[in-house]
Design a protein around this ligand. Structure first.
Ligand code: 5GP
Ligand code: ZN
Length: 115
């Protein structure tokens, strides 16, 4: 499944370059272009799903396992003090790119990130 007008389809496929932290057959993990904090990353499935409403069940299970693995790895690399996992569905909830993605936002003491 793919949407030719979707930027995250192109990034996930590697057709548009991105700062990739991890990649496998199902997902690409990239740094956010406009980070809320140092090391803000996104998990993108390679297939196109608008958001959580229609995400494939198997991928839905895999994405949290991947998030767990990534935050465990990144917290040591970044030296952050905590993590927010955020996932927005539809415009009213703050979704701006309509290809499912999960935010992994490192938190640092007194960082003033407003979520
Ligand atoms: P949303 O608001 O949909 O939950 O999150 C979209 C996120 O994607 C935002 O944090 C935004 O900074 C990021 N973003 C938008 N376009 C690009 C892009 O072309 N490359 C990267 N790496 N991040 C992007
Ligand atoms: Zn897409």
């Amino acid at each position: 499944m793919r949407d030719d007008n979707c930027i995250f389809c192109k990034i996930a496929a590697g057709e548009i370059p991105s700062a990739t932290l991890y990649e496998d057959d199902d997902f690409r993990v990239i740094l956010d272009l406009n980070p809320a904090s140092k090391g803000h990353a996104l998990i993108l499935p390679k297939e196109h799903y608008r958001n959580l409403y229609d995400l494939d069940d198997e991928l839905a299970a895999k994405v949290l396992v991947l998030a767990k693995k990534e935050v465990n790895k990144l917290k040591d690399v970044l030296g952050c003090d905590g993590y927010n996992i955020v996932q927005n569905n539809e415009e009213v909830a703050g979704q701006s790119v309509f290809h499912f993605h999960m935010h992994m936002i490192p938190r640092y003491k007194d960082d003033n990130v407003g979520l």
